[in-house]
Design a protein. Structure first.
Length: 203
């Protein structure tokens, strides 16, 4: 069973549909009790950093997520805004993040002369930094759909699992122990995203 955190800042329909296509059972979780029972967690998200953290805090999910992920080792996959919330802070706002990862978020630099406009909304290939089970079955043709204005900067470079490029190289995926994250939307990335989610489900 995959627990999808339902905190009002994500379109969970696409994620549930993609997981259903690979045969994964899902449940929507919006309470601390739900987090306590979770065996695998996906934290999706769209929108602004502070709004996402406020929503998690208002539902009383912050401490439960920290305890289950850091204390109990429950696998967590942060998606888009979700991967940004795993860190400590963001230049987008003033609230503290979940603090599951030593990272922060910075705004992608625009470059009008080079056609680099923000937000970044396009398909892009990723460049893995190492082999990892969550990347099994993906080759150099794999590409994913990105929609974002901010990117994750990890304090420990070994937490970066893959880069992508848009004007600058930026963190496309992270992995630290049982903590995973993707800046792109696997649920909107066709067969490549399906393979990635399948790998997470089967970890």
């Amino acid at each position: 069973m995959i627990s999808l955190v339902d905190y009002g800042v994500a379109n969970l329909g696409s994620m549930r549909n993609m997981l259903r296509r690979i045969g994964a059972e899902t449940e929507l979780v919006a309470t601390a009790d739900g987090i306590e029972k979770a065996s695998k967690i996906i934290l999706p998200g769209i929108g602004a950093f502070d709004h996402g953290m406020e929503a998690l805090d208002n539902l009383g999910l912050v401490e439960s997520l920290r305890r289950r992920v850091l204390g109990d080792g429950v696998p967590l996959f942060g998606v888009c805004l979700g991967v940004q919330l795993l860190g400590e802070r963001s230049a987008e706002g003033g609230r503290a993040g979940l603090g599951l990862l030593a990272s922060h978020c910075e705004r992608l630099p625009a470059d009008g002369d080079a056609g680099i406009r923000i937000p970044h909304m396009s398909w892009a290939h990723i460049e893995p930094t190492r082999a990892d089970p969550i990347l099994d079955g993906l080759d150099d043709t794999a590409r994913f759909y990105f929609v974002h204005s901010y990117h994750v900067v990890c304090s420990d470079p070994t937490d970066v699992l893959a880069f992508a490029r848009y004007g600058i190289p930026f963190t496309a995926m992270i992995r630290r122990g049982n903590i995973y994250g993707a800046q792109f939307h696997p649920e909107k990335s066709h067969r490549f995203g399906m393979q990635l989610l399948k790998n997470f489900v089967e970890l």
